[in-house]
Design a protein around this ligand. Structure first.
Ligand code: AMP
Ligand code: MG
Length: 432
């Protein structure tokens, strides 16, 4: 796909950095380089709001009306003028009418008078206060007793425009639309919104030992699981996907695959073949087709990674060459590719919050690399959050990811963790 040209080459970006070492790159530096190199796509489509769920809003949405359009009641009760409220005891009010939601009461309300009112009904003129039904005494059809001290002037009245005022920005461009946003758009009477087109991401696995589902598992072979975790992670981000299968360690096949991916997608994600010892052609072809850096990142799991941009037939695509190990592929996706893909989509996505919690156990760690351990977060008897690791943490043990509900992020400079120490975690699931 064609993109607005990047501000600079990878070489330009890293040459501005002090102590850039591709063989010992801290996580935050790699994230910085990626962020500087990526540019968002520029294409917009209009969708009815239901279909826009999970999509990136392409323009600001300005409210054309006041929501709510009138002052209205927040409770079922009686509307009156606050200056009429008794200072002590109970005062009897004459009920002169009823205001329903969608059917207003239009008459005047004088001293000692009130209007029975339902939640959402327009406040009668000259009324500024609602006393909830349950606070009143001796109500009959035409009279109700209102005790002192239950409400103050202005209580239980929703103000015109308090949710959204006419002319105010209701939603900002770059927002990923969630259920509340669909409701908010509907409350403004907006039926269609402009969103960024979906990002197209091509992905494939590399390695002669990989077998696809349905194939017999020959000696020394493993099923290709990375394409399935990648499928899941890319689906959750709302990408259009091109699954290119398993590509053998063969220079011609690899070059054809990279070229086709480049010509049809905005970004390419591969797994395998980028480690230092790899005796394959993946790195060679990546380097041949574009501006690609090969990194050893100060992290565990997931040390090796390739990043850059490749070109074919006048098209270009960003490339994330992730490591092959099944946990490493997920960790590098979440901590490098995810933010970059969101940026490409035009999304204004804040980094995910790191939550400080107590570690139930000691964790071995040495300073000089960021470690991502798979954790299970629970609440203890005193209501505090605490985390434990999910057994064996090998980078090939995908079960550790499946069992976890959070990632324990041990920062670059952090040393050993003792039981009871604070560590930070990132939750896998949120509410929306
Ligand atoms: P590599 O990064 O190619 O050296 O691969 C590292 C390890 O990950 C090896 O044990 C591979 O067999 C394994 N691996 C690579 N790709 C995949 C994949 N797509 N699915 C499952 N395991 C993989
Ligand atoms: Mg390999």
């Amino acid at each position: 796909m064609t993109h607005a040209s990047s501000p600079s080459s990878l070489h330009d970006i890293v040459s501005c950095m002090s102590d850039y070492d591709p063989h010992a790159l801290p996580v935050t530096k790699a994230q910085d380089i990626i962020a500087q190199f990526i540019t968002p796509i520029q294409a917009i489509e209009k969708l009815v709001i239901r279909q826009a769920l999970g999509r990136v809003l392409a323009t600001d949405i300005v409210s054309g009306i006041d929501v709510p359009a009138h002052d209205n009641s927040a409770m079922d009760g009686y509307a009156l003028n606050g200056s009429d409220l008794p200072a002590t005891g109970v005062r009897d009010f004459r009920i002169i009418g009823t205001a329903f939601a969608g059917r207003a009461y239009h008459g005047d309300v004088g001293a000692g008078e009130c209007v029975r009112i339902m939640t959402g009904a327009v406040m009668p003129a000259s009324c500024d206060t609602v006393i909830p039904q349950e606070f009143t005494v001796n109500a009959s059809d035409d009279q109700v007793g209102i005790p002192a001290g239950k409400v103050r002037t202005g209580d239980n009245r929703r103000l015109k425009g308090e949710d959204l005022a006419n002319g105010k920005t209701a939603l900002q461009r770059g927002k990923i639309l969630r259920p509340a946003d669909l409701g908010l758009l509907a409350s403004l009477g907006v039926a269609e919104v402009p969103v960024q087109r979906r990002l197209r991401v091509a992905f494939f696995s590399t390695g002669d030992e990989l077998r696809s589902l349905g194939e017999p598992l020959d000696e020394g072979c493993v099923y290709d699981s990375n394409r399935y975790t990648l499928y899941g992670m890319l689906s959750r981000l709302g990408c259009d996907m091109i699954d290119m299968g398993v590509i053998k360690d063969d220079p011609a096949e690899l070059e054809a695959a990279f070229r086709s991916a480049c010509e049809n997608a905005d970004a390419i994600i591969t797994s395998g073949g980028v480690s230092v010892g790899a005796a394959d052609y993946t790195k060679q072809i990546m380097g041949k087709l574009g501006d690609v850096a090969f990194w050893t990142i100060g992290m565990r799991p997931g040390r090796p990674m390739a990043f850059g941009k490749i070109h074919s037939q006048g098209k270009s695509a960003y490339l994330f060459g992730l490591p092959g190990n099944p946990v490493a592929v997920m960790v590098t996706f979440y901590f490098f590719a995810r933010q970059a893909l969101l940026h490409m989509m035009g999304a204004d996505a804040a980094p995910l919050p790191l939550i400080p919690v107590i570690s139930k156990t000691a964790i071995r760690k040495r300073p000089g690399r960021t470690e991502y351990q798979r954790g299970i977060l629970t609440t203890n008897a005193s209501g505090e959050l605490e985390v434990s690791v999910t057994g064996s943490q090998g980078s090939g043990i995908l079960r550790s990811m499946s069992e976890a509900n959070c990632m324990i992020v041990l920062q670059h400079d952090q040393d050993q963790v003792s039981a009871g120490d604070k560590v930070t975690v990132l939750l896998f699931d949120g509410m929306l």
